[in-house]
Structures are given as C-alpha cells and as structure tokens.
Design a protein around this ligand. Structure first.
Ligand code: VGL
Ligand code: ZN
Length: 198
C-alpha cells in the first residue's frame, strides 16, 4: 500500500489577511507539516489563476463576489480576485514545509475554474494527477488543506470515483461555508465513500 498526502491550496490568499480568507486557514499549517513524514509521497496543489480569470466577479459586469452565474459548463460561484499567478497571494503560506514531491497547479485556463485536483469544473478536463499517482503506484490518499467545502471536497469526491481509498482529515482542513456548503460537502464526501477523520 502506497499512501500519499495531498495538501490542497494552503496559499496566502486563503489565509487570514488574504483575498479569499478562510477562517482559521493558517491554523492547518503546523498540523500539515507534522503529518508529512508519515506518508510515502507528498503532493501540494496550488490554485493558479491568470489575471482576469472567469471565476472572478471582477471579470463580469455588474457581478459581486459570491454571486452565482451560469458558465457553459454549469453553475459557478464568482469569487474575489485570488491566487493570481506569480503574486504573493498565490504563494504557499510561508510556514508550510516546502519539501513535497510534486506541486500541481490548477485553474490556469482562463475560461474554466478548477476546484478539484483531478478534473476542472467542466468535470472532464483532466489535470493529469490521476496518471501521476497511478504511475507511482499510489493507492491511498489523505487530503488536507483549504477549503474543506470547495477544493478539498471536489478533490476527495473525484479521487473516490477514480478508485483511490480516500481519507479527509478534517483537523487539517478549514471551510469557507457559503450557504450550507460545509454540510453539503460532508454529506457528499460521506456518500462517495470518503473516510472523514476529526
Ligand atoms: C478554492 C474557491 C476558489 C479552494 C479555490 O481552494 O477551495 N475556493 N478557488
Ligand atoms: Zn480559485
């Protein structure tokens, strides 16, 4: 059994003071650092949007952050500008250990958002992570990071669908919690066969 830790989006913009701050987001940093040595592989994801990305409210006339719009691939929440490529907001939290094996960037296509580390929000464009994990013989995944109810949730559900044995360690995650999204995330992860740890 080969077990990877997948660290989702522990970036400055998702931490207090950032553009899309997740309450308590920085509190996961020491917890995650302390977990890394227990895994055979450590993979970090980085939300990585071009300026003017279609998921930004500022890219849509008259829209405000947290509005919903219909994109060609389905409904999409509009966010404050965040994690713009090369900015300090897109950098990993400076306290996060930087010795992981792979950094996977996502959300770089201007017209599609990507919550999941496996598929973009059209649910079909692959990021390549599935192939990376399989060619390394990785069967089991533990997911941690930000935010529980968006990128962690979508990544965990996709990983379970792809056949990995998936655990989400909630002690090392924090949520945005928009309109019940945390409750929905816990329900969907559970029904998808994801094991949740407190
Ligand atoms: C995320 C909203 C927009 C996340 C990324 O990492 O959960 N949420 N982009
Ligand atoms: Zn984003």
């Amino acid at each position: 059994m080969t077990h990877a830790l997948i660290v989702i989006d522990v970036q400055n913009d998702f931490c207090p003071g950032g553009a899309l701050a997740v309450p308590g987001g920085d509190a996961v940093v020491p917890v995650i650092n302390g977990m890394m040595d227990r895994f055979d592989a450590v993979i970090l994801t980085q939300d990585w949007h071009p300026a003017g990305h279609s998921s930004f409210a500022s890219s849509h006339a008259g829209a405000s952050p947290y509005d919903m719009i219909d994109m060609p691939y389905g409904p999409q929440v509009l966010w404050p500008d965040h994690c713009v490529q090369g900015t300090d907001g897109a950098a990993f939290h400076r306290g996060l250990r930087a010795d992981g094996d792979l950094i996977l960037r996502k959300g770089f296509r201007p017209d599609i958002d990507s919550y999941s580390a496996f598929f973009e929000n059209d649910r079909t464009t692959a990021t390549g992570l599935d192939g990376y994990l399989r060619t390394r013989g990785i069967s089991d995944l533990t997911l941690v990071g930000l935010a529980t109810d968006f990128c962690v949730r979508y990544s965990a559900v996709d990983a379970a669908k792809l056949g990995f044995a998936v655990t989400v360690d909630l002690a090392a995650c924090r949520a945005i919690d928009l309109d019940g999204s945390l409750t929905d995330a816990v329900a969907e992860m559970t029904s998808s066969g994801v094991r949740l740890l407190d």
